[in-house]
Design a protein around this ligand. Structure first.
Ligand code: SF4
Ligand code: SF4
Length: 97
């Protein structure tokens, strides 16, 4: 007689394959993107709101300007929503920058 299937009660009951096993750096979420954020540097006041709100830590600061790491940006648009001066435009990936 077949054994009754046990429902998982917590993460320790999940099979190994259901858990991420690599560093998050290896999951390049940029491949999911339908829209990409483009920063107008002439409007940017360097407030860093985009950096603060980005859920993927994909906004970069090099000491002079803000940029986006497109390998990890998944195009959610939160940065554009939170930018106080509308310096970020979400552009369809089908269009060239
Ligand atoms: S679109 Fe989303 S993931 Fe990409 S930089 Fe903006 S907040 Fe981060
Ligand atoms: S939120 Fe807008 S103004 Fe602020 S740093 Fe980002 S792009 Fe620049």
């Amino acid at each position: 007689m077949a054994e009754a299937k046990k429902e998982p009660r917590g993460w320790k009951d999940l099979p190994l394959s259901a858990l991420p096993y690599k560093l998050s750096l290896e999951y390049k979420t940029g491949s999911w993107r339908a829209f990409r954020p483009v920063i107008d540097q002439s409007k940017c006041i360097k407030c860093m709101n985009c950096w603060l709100y980005c859920p993927d830590f994909a906004v970069l600061w090099d000491g002079e300007r803000v940029s986006v790491n497109y390998e990890y940006c998944k195009g959610c648009g939160i940065c554009a929503h939170e930018c106080p001066v509308n310096a970020i435009t979400m552009v369809p990936e089908t269009k060239k920058a």
